[in-house]
Design a protein around this ligand. Structure first.
Ligand code: PBG
Ligand code: ZN
Length: 331
């Protein structure tokens, strides 16, 4: 005779009871769409190796986003891609150029879509001549104090331009505290979320992004500031530290290859929403698999996002946001 406790299938026979198995169901409000803004106003350029994603100039961004906002786009994260010849110097001065792509985009988007939550990635690598995420010492290592000071100033400028959230991705030690202090001094700390890329790992998954943003380092790599992929303990320490420095959300990046870290973040950062960045390489891999006939694109994309939710994130930065909304994948 079958024992009553051995009968599980009754609990997930119906499509609705299968949905109910999720602790968190994928919704539009948890999706953040990363966008790349250049300083050529009318540009709209596909990025090789980055299916469907484009670099856009300031004049192209509102027409592109309007249909997505109408379909429920809740949030974007802005990356600046300065292409002008004089856009880069050793200290990344142009990161906070009032006429640069990020600050212009923040203003244009706020004006066009008052309800859209606008996040600004804060880093220097798109603006430094050496392509590293901070200001360098003579020995080419990151100068912690100078970098943190500059990163905080850039974050405050983005906040004053109208961003709702600043998200430092540079990985300089101590930058969350410096940003919070800067926001307090500027009188805007009460309305700006600080989302820390706390557990950001170095590795092989950022290729299409670096092509999109033109932010590959000109020498060396980022292994002395982004975490080693073996470093679960380091990630836990960074999460605890950034919470103590006042982070309003903790991010794990990449996502699908780091589900254990997302689960750690959900445990360590219980009192803030945990976010996860499904990065360009993860997105491109899923596209490549679908193109090769390994799986169906939509099914695999949604399975990958449900994995991120199951691990414990409730905010997901993903390039699939566009397809989810435009193709009605959640409807
Ligand atoms: C900049 C930054 C990067 C990404 C987000 N912010 C690139 C990097 O660290 O080299 C990667 C995002 C992606 O690959 O989708 N510091
Ligand atoms: Zn960077």
């Amino acid at each position: 005779m079958t024992d009553i406790t051995s009968i599980l299938q009754g609990g997930y026979h119906h499509p609705l009871t299968r949905k109910w198995q999720a602790k968190a169901q994928l919704t539009k409000s948890m999706l953040v769409y990363p966008i790349f803004i250049t300083d050529n106003e009318d540009e709209e350029t596909p990025i090789s190796g980055f299916p469907g994603q484009k670099r856009r100039g300031i004049n192209k961004i509102v027409p592109f986003l309007a249909p997505l906002v109408a379909k429920g786009l809740a949030s974007v994260i802005i990356f600046g891609v300065p292409l002008a010849i004089d856009a880069k110097d050793p200290s990344g001065s142009k990161a906070s150029d009032p006429n640069g792509p990020v600050i212009l985009a923040i203003k244009v988007l706020k004006n066009a879509f008052p309800g859209l939550f606008i996040m600004a990635d804060v880093c220097l690598c798109e603006y430094t001549s050496h392509g590293h995420c901070g200001i360098l010492n003579e020995d080419r290592t990151l100068n912690q104090q100078a970098s943190v000071k500059r990163i905080a100033a850039v974050a405050v400028d983005y906040a004053l331009a109208g961003a709702d959230c600043v998200a430092p991705s540079d990985m300089n030690d101590g930058r969350v505290k410096a940003i919070k202090e800067g926001l307090i001094a500027a009188g805007v700390s009460h309305k700006i979320m600080v989302m820390s890329y706390a557990a950001k790992f170095s590795g092989s998954l950022y290729g299409p992004f670096r092509d999109a943003a033109g932010s590959a380092p000109s020498f060396g790599d980022r292994r002395c500031y982004q975490l080693p992929h073996t470093g679960r303990g380091l990630a836990r320490r960074a999460i605890i530290r950034d919470l103590a420095e006042g982070a309003d959300s903790i991010m794990v990046k990449p996502a699908n290859a780091y589900l254990d870290i997302i689960a750690d973040a959900a445990e360590l950062a219980k009192n803030v929403p945990v976010s996860a960045y499904q990065v360009s390489g993860e997105f491109a891999m899923i596209h490549a698999g679908a193109t090769q006939g390994v799986f169906d694109l939509r099914s695999m994309a949604l399975e990958s996002l449900d994995g991120i939710l199951r691990a414990g994130a409730t905010i997901i930065l993903t390039y699939f946001t566009e397809a989810i909304l435009n193709e009605g994948w959640l409807d």
